[in-house]
Design a protein around this ligand. Structure first.
Ligand code: PLP
Length: 392
């Protein structure tokens, strides 16, 4: 079989590979603490499950419109108008099976081969994968620990060129938990106006936020037309397996993205969308409780990691990831992650799974119980001691 050339440029998400390796070790009888995969460990709130069952029992069995059901587009438009303080019309909403297709569809709709797309590094690996797959030029923008995991806007300005068509932002950030400060967003917006590029603002973690206020670049003057907001239900409502996400974009682009959806998937599952209406409009007690549990776990894991010799970890401002610096151990991150999996039975990801700027870091997802996190911390300390990786 001869694959297309572009397949050689397609990347992947290492989290899924590590999960497979961890499961294999479990099948061999090894106990593993799972801190590798980026999904809430909670079940979906019951009112949302009930809404899906009700929808199925009442005939939601058929195709729907490609951009999404009118009632869900309306509910999303209201949610985004309220939370981002911009006025969003349902015609600006495209509902997709998970938020991930918004990355693919946006790049497909806006980018030609040879165009330049800037993206965060370390960052969600699908950005680079999609940019390269489509033959565009992927230009990494380093995120810096010393800037609390924001980017250096002066450095960004040097990377922008007349070929820059799109900048991808992600705040709160996977894998660092960083949040881009409002001042930086203002300066990035100025660049977007000056050099006339669009922004894909990945806001999937916007409600898993430990600082008082969320800032979306779309709210800054003149930026709504330049911004595609990516958001969804996976993280906020613990609905990863349901596959329900959306993009907010100018109506002319929404029409094109809907056309891509018609070609790729026809539409998003109908009963899932009806459950999405309940998620947005129904009782918010459970999602709010989940956030508070994440906040406690964040404090617990970050304090615990900082007590391990050779580790130092900034306090994340959002998402459910801790991204400690392990440079003092003098071991490549990938090797360290392998040792922790195979010897300590702790599954985590090497920072390099998120790009070359992730060397020297590990990513721990704290979407697991405090008990399991405590066990992981204990095992990591012991293994590092056993392997003389640190002197105590
Ligand atoms: N964007 C980021 C930064 C993510 O971390 C993820 C999931 O891990 C997604 C997008 C995709 O979300 P979904 O599962 O809704 O497709």
């Amino acid at each position: 079989m001869k694959l297309s050339q572009r397949m050689s440029r397609l990347g992947t998400e290492t989290a899924f590979d590590v999960l497979v390796r961890a499961r294999r070790l479990e099948a061999q009888g090894k106990d593993i603490v799972h801190l590798e995969i980026g999904e809430p460990d909670f079940d979906t709130p019951e009112n949302i499950v009930d809404a899906a069952v009700h929808a199925l029992r009442n005939g939601a069995h058929h195709y729907g419109p490609s951009p999404g059901l009118p009632e869900l587009r309306q509910a999303i438009a209201e949610e985004i108008s309220r939370t981002r303080k911009i006025s969003v019309d349902p015609s600006e909403v495209v509902v997709t099976p998970g938020a991930k297709p918004i990355i693919f569809f946006t790049i497909l709709a806006l980018i030609d081969p040879e165009d330049e797309v800037l993206y965060p590094n370390p960052g969600f690996p699908i950005y680079e994968s999609m940019i390269q797959y489509l033959g565009a030029k992927a230009v990494p923008v380093p995120l810096l620990e010393e800037k609390n995991w924001s980017l250096d806007v002066d450095d960004l300005a040097k990377k922008v060129s007349s070929s820059t068509k799109l900048l991808i932002l992600n705040s709160p950030q996977n894998p660092t938990g960083g949040v881009i400060p409002l001042d930086d967003l203002h300066r990035i917006a100025e660049l977007a106006h000056r050099y006339d590029f669009m922004i894909l603002s990945d806001e999937i973690y916007c409600r898993i936020l430990y600082v008082p206020e969320y800032h979306s670049i779309s709210t800054l003057p003149g930026m709504k037309e330049r911004t595609i907001i990516l958001d969804g239900f996976s993280k906020t409502f613990a609905m990863t397996g349901w596959r329900l996400g959306y993009g907010i974009m100018r109506p002319d682009l929404a029409g094109q993205v809907s056309k891509l959806q018609t070609n790729a998937t026809s539409c998003t599952s109908t009963f899932t969308q009806l459950a999405g209406v309940e998620a947005l409009r129904g009782d918010q007690t459970r999602p709010n409780e989940m956030l508070e549990i994440f906040r406690e776990r964040r404090d617990f894991i970050v304090n615990g990691l900082n007590e391990i010799p050779g580790f130092s970890c900034k306090m994340p401002e959002g998402a459910f990831y801790a991204f400690p610096n392990v440079k003092k151990l003098g071991v490549p991150s990938k090797k360290l992650a392998d040792v922790l999996l195979e010897e300590a039975g702790v599954a985590c990801l090497s920072g390099t799974a998120f790009g070359s700027w992730g060397e020297g870091y590990l990513r721990f997802s704290y979407a697991n119980s405090q008990e399991k996190i405590a066990e992981a911390l204990r095992r990591i300390k012991k293994t590092l001691q056993d392997y003389h990786m640190v002197s105590f």
